[in-house]
Ligand binder design. Structure first.
Ligand SMILES: Cc1cc2nc3c(=O)[nH]c(=O)nc-3n(C[C@H](O)[C@H](O)[C@H](O)COP(=O)(O)OP(=O)(O)OC[C@H]3O[C@@H](n4cnc5c(N)ncnc54)[C@H](O)[C@@H]3O)c2cc1C
Length: 410
């Protein structure tokens, strides 16, 4: 195989957003992914995408402030500014590509409020099936644009020649070990929830991209910040079914063993998960309760969640739902600058496997799909512009300007 212009590893929102954009601009793009194209955490995303697309009540400044607050002082402000400013355009492009988001009767996008957001700004699809719709649209576009799609291929190690990345060593579906060479390689291999015994993440989320980077000596950051989602269904199924943040946004309540409320339901995830862990330890129980009995039109608004509850014999209209925190999102990853450049030339990262500085110590709800869309697009724009040298921006500033390794510190 001739060298590709861009080899994309992973087929979630980050990888496929980059693949479609780059292919459409005429680059020779290969997508290599370890399952089938649609297998990704993206497909499982429930609540939606946070972006300022609504009325005057909201602003990108407010979205920025909410993101910084959730990140506990460790976000890179410039990176968050890029995220909130460029996010609305990326969502609009996704709609133009064919993704169908829920709308109100007057045709405007339907907006939900989630924990940590000061206003309703989360666009969603199919109630709580947003990821499924985004992945569907991106897979369809990839199949018609990418030069090659390598499904069920496992990326194993980066090919490093001197100080440059030249592609990957991969295992084919028949177990052969081959080189896939490219001028540019984008790591978009997602998170690492499967490293934990209890997680909401699908089986593909094993941190492979970060492991490959570490073996090649490429710096990563903030990997200690694994976010635990507070409302995973307490049930033997793995991955744990997620009871979306949107339920609390619509008024569902958290109750302790005795039925008492113990935390503000609309606090960021880390705050709620910590309050739950402390309450569970004090009360000597392994789960608490989500009370969604007061929510109207539950089945209509949340058909996916209704289906998963029905399959385990729970009725949200009458039953309190057993919940416990589960490993959900890796806030850190490969250290990148604001265009997704990793610390070695030819290597780029975007999405959950990257750390550009937007999430700090704790990602704000529904900022992850947005992160993938925004920074994947910037990767492609930088490649097209021939701007390949890592810059002292975003989380990369910590490496290139030696500011103590703390992305938010300036
Ligand atoms: C249940 C659930 C609900 C969520 N809800 C939301 C939400 O409402 N809003 C939101 O913003 N975020 C949500 N998230 C988080 C969000 O879905 C993910 O962070 C995001 O989709 C990550 O996108 P990605 O493209 O970086 O990675 P992924 O979508 O995980 O894609 C990674 C890809 O890399 C491939 N891969 C991995 N290793 C290799 C390898 N070695 N070789 C080749 N390919 C490999 C995988 O097969 C996969 O295709 C949710 C996550 C979960 C699990």
């Amino acid at each position: 195989m001739a060298d590709l212009d861009l080899l994309v590893l992973g087929s979630g929102v980050a990888g496929l957003s980059a693949a479609v954009r780059a292919s459409t601009s005429g680059l020779q793009v290969g997508v290599l992914t370890k399952g089938e194209l649609e297998q990704s955490a993206t497909r499982w995303a429930h609540g939606g995408v946070a972006a300022v697309l609504g009325d005057d009540e909201d602003s990108t400044d407010l979205h920025l402030a909410d993101t910084l607050k959730a990140g506990a002082g460790l976000c890179d402000v410039d990176a968050v500014r890029v995220l909130v400013d460029e996010g609305p355009t990326r969502v609009t492009e996704l709609i133009a590509l064919g993704a169908v988001f829920d709308r109100e009767q007057d045709g405007t996008l339907s907006l939900a409020r989630e924990g940590g957001h000061s206003v309703a700004r989360v666009v969603h699809a199919g109630g709580a099936a947003t990821g499924m719709e985004i992945e569907r649209a991106l897979v369809e576009a990839t199949q018609t644009t990418a030069a090659s799609v390598m499904e069920k291929w496992l990326a194993v190690d980066l090919i490093m020649e001197g100080e440059r990345c030249r592609g990957v060593i991969a295992r084919t579906p028949t177990g052969e070990r081959v080189e896939v060479r490219a001028t540019h390689t984008l790591l978009a291999t997602g998170g690492a929830g499967q490293l934990f015994s209890v997680t909401t993440n699908p089986e593909q989320a094993t941190g492979d991209g970060i492991a490959m980077a570490l073996r090649a000596g490429v710096p990563v950051a903030d990997v200690e910040f694994m976010q635990f989602h507070p409302t995973a269904l307490h049930h033997p199924a793995m991955p744990r079914p997620l009871l979306s943040e949107a339920l609390r946004g619509h008024g569902a309540l958290l109750r302790d063993k005795d039925g008492k409320q113990f935390v503000d339901e609309l606090s960021p995830r880390d705050v709620v998960s910590r309050a739950m862990s402390a309450t569970m330890a004090t009360q000597g129980v392994d789960h608490l309760w989500l009370d969604a009995t007061g929510l109207e039109k539950f089945a209509e608004r949340f058909p996916t969640i209704t289906a998963s509850l029905t399959s385990v014999g729970l009725d949200p209209a009458t039953d309190w739902l057993p919940i416990a925190p589960a490993a959900h999102y890796l806030s850190g990853g490969l250290l990148t600058d604001l265009d997704g450049r990793a610390a070695v030339q030819g290597l780029w990262a975007a999405g959950e496997t990257a750390c550009v500085g937007v999430h700090g110590a704790n990602r704000l709800a529904s900022n992850s799909l947005l992160d993938g869309m925004v920074f994947a697009a910037r990767v492609v724009e930088a490649i097209e512009a021939g701007a390949v040298t890592p810059q002292a921006s975003g989380a990369m500033r910590a490496v290139l300007e030696g500011d103590g390794g703390i992305p938010g510190r300036r």
